[in-house]
Design a protein around this ligand. Sequence first.
Ligand SMILES: [Zn+2]
Ligand SMILES: [Zn+2]
Length: 203
Amino acid sequence: MLPGRPPPRPFEVPDPLRDTEVCYRIIVYGSCSRDPADMDERFSKDEQEQRRLEVQLGPVIPASKMLTIQDRREFIKPYARTIIPDLKHNKPWRCEFCTKFAREAVWMNSEWLQLKNPNMISYVHLVCNSEIGDCAETLSAINSQMQALAGAPPTPLPKLPREYGLKYPMAASCVNCNSESKENRKRLKQCNGCKLTRCVQLV
Ligand SMILES: [Zn+2]
Ligand SMILES: [Zn+2]
């Protein structure tokens, strides 16, 4: 049977109406210098074995913003913007699909904000280059597969802003000045728990 579009879930409001936490999971994929350079070998294991970092966040939507799906989205958008598009890590992560350093974070997001217990998930692919080359093509194929599974119309990946030019700073660069020097990487700002730092996008 051909996969069809999943039936839409109805819009739900918590009863009683209250401030509501969004269960927001971020899964970051990349690789490490010790991982096999051969891609067949690298991806031969179970999907759960793939090198990844998982972060669980719980932004809270105030009760007054829970009444329509538009209100919920409007509330959560600025929150997501503080994390996207640039995501840093204190370890020198490599590209998910090759051995080059990871420089670009490509986000694939799904949300179920219409539920009374809203949830969101972001798959973040740390890659060397998301627009040009083999890794960009692999990424684009994954994007098409995910959209087909969700029954969504095919949409190309959004282009990353290019104010840095064609070469993004490494995922393991300083979140403030983007320095890639090894010396600076020892003193990176980071969360002691997940080791992630994030670049706040000013809007
Ligand atoms: Zn690559
Ligand atoms: Zn710096």
